[in-house]
Write a new protein. Sequence first.
Length: 320
Amino acid sequence: MSEAWLAAALAAAAFAASWIATGQVLVWLDRRRIVDVPNHRSSHARPTPRGGGIGLLAGALPALLVFALANAAPVPWLVLIAAAGVLAVVSWRDDLGHVPARWRLLAQAAAVAAGLSVLDGGPVFQGLLPPGPDLLAAGLAWVWFVNLTNFMDGIDGITGVEAASIGLGLALVGTPAAPALILAAAALGFLRWNWHPARLFMGDVGSVPLGYLLGALLLLLAKSGHWAPALILPGYYLADATWTLVRRLLQRKRVWEAHREHFYQQAVQRGWSHGRVAVAVGLVNAGLVAAALLALDRPWPSLAAATLIVGAILFRFARA
């Protein structure tokens, strides 16, 4: 089977498995009463099952395992899959109760260190930093991406849309197509149940491993020399999460606590529906995918265009 056909077959299998498994997980979560109860920081109004990311991973991880075993060099992918599995276990424990932040960060740092030890390619920062600082900066960026994926999962549909957009974009710009398409397809299968009004939420069990695996693919893209597309594709999530974090730090707020201050949450508070915000993010991401493709040959103009696209949607959300 050719690489293209393998990628298509695994993506289709991941989509179907994610769709079916998430539906089964919903029944199980309902029966166990594992729900997210609304509070003053929530963007939803009724108790909703939390932990649907288990279904997403049930679609994505087996397909990724088949890809790894079919690959000529399976070890890096096997390490990434195992690390994502460990993060899923730790995150599920946090969904059920509370795992102290230091232990969650330790697990994430260990997963990132394991991933960096097996990722092929050149320096992430294109030689601007010596090898040691480059590795450290790449690790910090990866840990931040894992956490911002979790932080941004605050309304119905948004992370499914974001993951599908990044995965499709990665496949188009030159990252190994199969794993990128698998993650995009699994996110779309999950989105069937998470679109507004959501039947269930992803939970940390889904968002943390998903951020880890997407982060690995983005780093691989940067290591191949395409640093601009690697920055552009997740541009909306990077900008919203980072800007909000810096603003909260300057206001001396507890940045580790849940809140409703992200730009997309401001739009919901001003009357936009979850679906409308998710569609807007999807349209912005379509523009970012186009900019990422152009960035393969013209990185700086494309990065400027992407900055304008992201800035425009942040401004629109803030003034909704």
